[in-house]
Design a protein around this ligand. Structure first.
Ligand SMILES: [Zn+2]
Length: 83
């Protein structure tokens, strides 16, 4: 069992950042647990259900995605790019 099947989105700290990567095109985006919880359908969902419910942000791709936890220190380079 992966952590995704054991952990609900609502169990994460609200500010927890998750990396959502498209399996088809590799496009990555970052969402916090709070942002994802703003969708009613995810309020009681496990992470693997959220993963299945999300699609690539690219409207021409719409591929399935992989969710990964973002660990401190790995993402410093992205912070400025998203601002
Ligand atoms: Zn994609």
């Amino acid at each position: 069992m992966s952590w995704k099947a054991d952990l609900k989105l609502a169990d994460l700290p609200p500010g927890e950042r998750l990396e959502i990567v498209c399996r088809a095109c590799g496009k990555a985006r970052y969402e916090t647990a709070r942002e994802l919880l703003s969708c009613d359908e995810f309020s009681q969902a496990y992470i693997d259900e959220v993963e299945r419910g999300l699609r690539c942000a690219d409207r021409f791709c719409r591929g399935t995605v992989r969710i990964a936890q973002v660990h401190d220190g790995k993402t410093d380079g992205f912070v400025g790019g998203l601002a």
